[in-house]
Structure formats: structure tokens, C-alpha cells
Design a protein around this ligand. Structure first.
Ligand code: SF4
Length: 71
């Protein structure tokens, strides 16, 4: 059986998803992390002089979505 932590709705969660990257210092079962399923997105530019970097969605280990895959 795959490693499949589930939330209260018995859905597989980000904490056990192959695309989830725990926040620095965090572990893969609790806390916040980044979903790396898709490339980072760029925020809308409001000032050309500012340096912008892409951002990944931040999700909680207990969150879930329909793209989940076993770690
Ligand atoms: S949001 Fe979906 S694809 Fe991203 S880490 Fe969570 S379950 Fe995986």
C-alpha cells in the first residue's frame, strides 16, 4: 500500500504527495510546504524596477487536490 496519509475526509494529502516540498526545517507530515506540481508563477508587475521571482503555491500538509500522486 502506498504511503498515503489522509485527512479527516480520508483524502490523500499534500504531506504524502510526490510534488510537495516541506518548508525548510519542516517534516513531510506536518506544517507548510510548497506544491511543485507546476512551474512557479510570476506576480503581476507593478513596478519595473522591482525584482520579481516566481512563487509556488504554499499548502498545508493536510491540504489536498486532485493532482495528488504517491511520494
Ligand atoms: S496541491 Fe495537489 S499536487 Fe500539490 S502537493 Fe498538494 S496534493 Fe500534491
Amino acid at each position: 500500500m502506498p504511503d498515503r496519509p489522509a485527512n479527516a475526509d480520508d483524502r490523500p494529502t499534500c504531506g504524502g504527495c510526490r510534488f510537495w516540498k516541506p518548508a525548510a526545517g519542516g517534516d513531510s507530515r506536518a506544517g507548510w510546504g510548497q506544491c511543485r506540481r507546476m512551474p512557479p508563477t510570476l506576480p503581476e508587475l507593478e513596478d519595473d524596477k522591482l525584482v520579481h521571482v516566481g512563487v509556488w503555491p504554499h499548502t498545508d500538509a493536510a491540504d489536498w487536490c486532485g493532482e495528488w500522486e504517491a511520494a
